[in-house]
Design a protein around this ligand. Structure first.
Ligand code: PLP
Length: 382
């Protein structure tokens, strides 16, 4: 049984209480498909979807000219964006050293198949978590990259990237910017005026269910569709509809997950200050708790970080230590966290790290369970 859940970066486990009932109510009372009929329940599903889009745009303070596109996950959103850019041989793409495999693998595939060039955003020598924006500007001027992709919060360490500043620089040099907000949407702000594509993931910081993600983009964006199929509209057209979001939403959507997301995003909007305060407080509390144990070495930076504190455990591999915690009811992530370049960059490749991660809803019970286990281990390890 899980006594303390510290794997919120993988998926937030505690969700806003009312969400479960809202999903059940949606399933038992409505549950028709969107845009596939004019009957009442189909209209209700349609309203639910458009209301969820509007709530996401409101949560992100998106400019008027933006639309939220739904996909089954952040991974699929990132694949659609990367493959939809229409990259060609020798096109240069800049990424941060902290990107998830949802970014790396599509890019490696295009590197193999098309010979695109993957370059890394330069980091400051004196602070390895700070971006060298002066050098980056120079590179943008000279290399004329096609796009720049970066996660606002890295999923290995929780370090925060200056997404808005990089978005501004990209806009100045006509470079397409893609910000992966999987670990930050709803917790950190991001001014979307300068960001071309902003990816969100329903089941992480948005506190919703799995099976729903997407991206926010301009209504006039130029992305080539990557997935083709029925949309319930414009069915005689051989191409996907020209209008957004339908152009990028082939196939039946995960309406059950959207119902959950509708509830969780509404809840976030109504409790935004509480969520931001609690997320920050829980992260600081976690950091200061882990600091107390001399068999743990914290690798995550203290400042400019969100949600995550990753550590090395003296005398154990990360998997061994994770198993010890798991046997005592504490859930954490171990090994390589789907972002191998981040581990290489900080020197934790291939053994990985023990990643503890909180959300705004991490409870007193979680913390006391973790403290008890770490105290027990102190006695046993020393
Ligand atoms: C930064 C980041 N991007 C993308 C993803 C992919 O998300 P999903 O597995 O929900 O598609 C994750 C998941 O861990 C992530 O942390």
């Amino acid at each position: 049984m899980i006594k303390g859940y510290f794997d919120n970066a993988a998926t937030t486990y505690r969700k806003p209480e009312g969400m479960y009932e809202f999903i059940a109510d949606y399933m038992s009372s409505y549950g028709a498909n969107v845009g596939r009929g004019e009957y009442n329940t189909a209209m209700t599903s349609g309203k639910l979807v458009s209301d969820t889009r509007n709530k996401l745009l409101a949560l992100m303070n998106a400019p008027e000219d933006r639309v939220a596109v739904f996909t089954p996950s952040a991974t699929i959103a990132l694949n659609m964006l990367i493959f939809g850019l229409g990259l060609k041989k020798d096109d240069v793409i800049y990424i941060s050293p902290f990107e998830h495999n949802a970014v790396l693998r599509p890019l490696y595939h295009l590197q193999e198949s098309l010979n695109i060039q993957i370059q890394f955003i330069p980091m400051l020598k004196k602070d390895k978590y700070k971006y060298d924006l002066v050098q980056l500007e120079r590179y943008m001027k000279n290399a004329q990259p096609k796009a720049i992709i970066l996660s606002q919060v890295g999923n290995v360490l929780g370090n925060i990237a200056p997404a808005e500043e990089i978005g501004k620089l990209a806009a100045k040099y006509n470079v397409i910017s893609i910000v992966d907000g999987s670990q930050s949407c709803g917790v950190l702000e991001c001014d979307l005026h300068y960001i071309d594509y902003y990816v969100f993931d329903g089941h992480k910081t948005l506190l919703g269910p799995t099976g729903i993600g997407g991206f926010i983009c301009r209504k006039q964006c130029n992305l080539t569709p990557y997935i083709f199929g029925g949309t319930g509209k414009d069915s005689a057209n051989h191409d996907m509809p020209k209008t957004l979001p339908e152009r990028y939403e082939a196939g039946t959507m995960n309406l059950v997950a959207i119902a959950g997301l509708n509830y969780s995003v509404g809840w976030l909007i109504n409790n935004l200050l509480y969520v931001k305060t609690m997320e920050k407080r829980n992260r600081e509390r976690l950091y200061h708790l882990l600091e107390l144990y001399n068999y743990l070495t914290i690798i995550s930076p203290y400042h400019e970080s969100s949600g995550i504190v990753s550590c090395k455990a003296t005398g154990f591999t990360s998997d061994e230590f994770g198993k010890i915690l798991s046997d005592r009811g504490i859930a954490v992530r171990t090994g390589l966290h789907c972002a191998p370049k981040a581990h290489e960059y900080i020197g934790s490749f291939p053994e990985g790290l023990v990643r503890f991660s909180v959300s705004a809803l991490t409870s007193e019970k979680d913390f006391s369970a973790l403290k008890n286990v770490l105290d027990e281990l102190s006695d046993e390890i020393i």
